[in-house]
Write a protein that binds this ligand. Structure first.
Ligand code: C2O
Length: 602
């Protein structure tokens, strides 16, 4: 690794004297993202001015004022004394002055909810959150089988939250805005030194931990409002056939019901069975078929396509990068799959942006959001319980030290870290056990050969990239190895990487990927092994991040065994555009062997 010396000097008078005029060593890479000029191309010696935490938080520093210095003139400090400078975890700014209600595209005026999502100001700066030492464990229960008393408590708590004044950070409106602020460009990476980069908690490995913390405080606020410190959020058990409808308690009584919102798709109210592969069209499956398909989808997104942290949590996202950028990005299987499908399935098509659940900015306005995400969070726990070498949280420091700021139930701004939300014992909540029939609903092969096929796809190496998927694309991709020994397959997975997928972040995007599809492709369902995965993204309403890039990982090891194709030199991949794919392009399609037992690089 190449180390360069930089001179650090202080830009603002309020900073700690500790930082003044010191020289540290660090790699170029951790300072600059790949799209920026690296210091080696810069011949002019400049100074790097690193402001203190406080001045960063107070937004006194703009990246335009950060000047790089090469060549140290001052005394050197030990690298370990500056840990936060070395790693590049995403650090949300203090929301006191760090939030900006700006950057909205004009379209936003049409939204049924406000696009100004900054939380109310607090005079205090945040402190690192400490878990309370007292308090019982809260039990989160499936809402479809919850007792009337428990439902009443939940309703009452939401009602009280709705009744809080607008300047109370715990009010329902302000809680809803938390999601919008973290997803629609209200925060930048200023606290990590990149004020020009937007901070976003979707499409990457921040997805699960951010939402876990968000719900954690939401739940504690509700408990406080009804003076029940044991109150646990209910969860929408959409992975269980008994819970695959919008729970009745959210609809009954209409406007007088605190759990109600008028912005839901009325065609999807009870008794409609949820479509975990929703792509903006009604498929008219019989309820039983829909349930069977949903279970296959869960099985694939939890097991087959989620054998390591990168596949399940999503790709690496560190300070200085855009949430999704070329390199090592990908959206996790659950986020891109059932999670997004549910948002879209519930969102109201009569509203301009599929409010409430169908768009990031408005999702938190539907109480169903919190119950939906409680089940998403439960998937994290269940996934770890499935075992296997790779089923553990990312071990990268940049994941562990990423942090966000929330108001706790005492209206105190607190900073929380990914590494502290890994153990439910610390968080003091648990999920009541519910059936998981998807565990035993694996996809099955639809056919064993594709001799009847007449199309002759091109080899991926002959194709022109970026590759448009305006229309269905079929291509042969070479495999690194065939018929690997069984014990190797347990730790080294064969994974197809669809990289550099560029899409319009203002649109709902969905496409499906098939491997060795046979017969009429329109008849292949998520219960067939050849259906390799679905990929969906919820839109933003922020023009600055409209041009977005990401990747998808699709695991082939078991799929190819299933269809008896492990001896084939290549696979035939078919990508079928479903929604919003007119301007979607791919930069690369390849298959790699990835060791899932390996620790990620620190
Ligand atoms: Cu932050 Cu389900 O989205």
């Amino acid at each position: 690794m190449v180390f360069l010396s930089f001179t650090l000097a202080i830009a603002t008078p309020s900073c700690s004297p500790f930082f003044s005029k010191i020289v540290i060593k660090r790699s170029c890479k951790s300072l600059y993202n790949d799209h920026e000029k690296t210091p080696t191309t810069n011949t002019k010696p400049e100074k790097l001015i690193i402001p203190s935490e406080t001045s960063l938080d107070r937004q006194t520093v703009d990246r335009r004022n950060l000047i790089l210095g090469l060549g140290g003139l001052y005394s050197t400090v030990n690298l370990t004394s500056l840990p936060s400078v070395l790693a590049n975890p995403i650090k949300a700014p203090s929301f006191v002055p760090g939030c900006a209600n700006s950057g909205w595209n004009l379209d936003f005026k049409q939204g049924v909810r406000s696009g100004a999502c900054c939380p109310p100001l607090s005079k205090q700066l945040e402190i690192d959150y400490k878990f309370p030492t007292t308090g019982e464990t809260r039990i989160r229960q499936p809402i479809h089988s919850a007792s009337p008393e428990y439902i009443e408590k939940f309703k009452k708590a939401i009602q009280k939250m709705r009744a809080l004044p607008d300047d109370d950070p715990c009010s329902f409106k302000n809680q809803a805005k938390v999601h919008c602020a973290y997803c629609n460009g209200h925060y930048t990476q200023m606290a990590s030194g990149y004020p020009e980069k937007v901070l976003h908690v979707h499409y990457s490995w921040l997805f699960f931990p951010f939402h876990r913390w968000y719900l954690y405080f939401f739940e504690r606020i509700l408990g406080d409002l009804i003076e029940d410190k044991t109150f646990g959020l209910p969860y929408w058990n959409w992975d269980n056939p008994a819970g695959m409808e919008i729970p009745t308690v959210f609809e009954e009584g209409g406007k007088s019901n605190p759990l109600f919102t008028s912005y839901r798709n009325v065609n999807h109210l009870r008794p409609a069975i949820i479509d975990l592969d929703y792509q903006m069209e009604e498929r008219n499956h019989s309820p039983l078929d829909q349930i069977r398909i949903n279970l296959c989808i869960m099985n694939r997104q939890m097991k087959r396509n989620a054998s390591d942290a990168a596949s399940f949590f999503g790709g690496k996202y560190v300070a200085g990068s855009n949430p999704i950028f070329r390199g090592d990005p990908s959206v996790g299987s659950i986020e891109a799959g059932c999670h997004t499908a549910i948002h879209r399935w519930v969102g109201d098509p009569r509203t301009p942006n599929n409010e409430d659940l169908g768009n990031f900015y408005s999702a938190g306005y539907d109480p169903l959001f919190y119950v939906h995400h409680a089940n998403v969070d439960r998937m994290w726990t269940l996934w770890k319980g499935l075992g296997g070498e790779g089923r553990k949280e990312p071990t990268d420091k940049n994941w562990e030290d990423a942090s966000y700021v929330f108001y706790d139930e005492n209206r105190k701004p607190v900073r929380v870290y990914n590494k502290d939300c890994v153990n439910l014992e610390d968080l003091k909540y648990e999920y009541e056990v519910s059936e998981t029939p998807w565990k035993s609903s694996p996809p099955k092969p639809r056919c064993m050969s594709f001799a009847t096929e007449t199309t002759s796809p091109e080899n991926v190496t002959d194709m022109k990239f970026p590759l448009s998927i305006r229309q269905t694309v079929t291509v042969h991709v070479k495999r690194p190895e065939t018929n690997r020994p069984k014990d190797q397959k347990n730790t080294i997975k064969e994974i197809m990487l669809l990289n550099g997928i560029k899409f319009d972040g203002g649109k709902f995007v969905k496409f499906d990927v098939f491997v060795n599809a046979c017969g009429d492709i329109t008849r292949i369902s998520p219960c067939d092994s050849q259906y390799a995965g679905a990929f969906g993204l919820l839109p933003h309403k922020n023009s600055e991040i409209m041009d977005s890039k990401t990747g998808v990982r699709i695991e082939l090891t078991e799929l190819l065994e299933d269809i008896n194709a492990d001896g084939d030199e290549s696979v035939r991949v078919t990508i079928v555009p479903r929604v919003g794919c007119d301007d979607v392009t791919f930069e690369d399609i390849k298959i790699e062997l990835i060791d899932i037992s390996e620790k990620e690089s620190k």
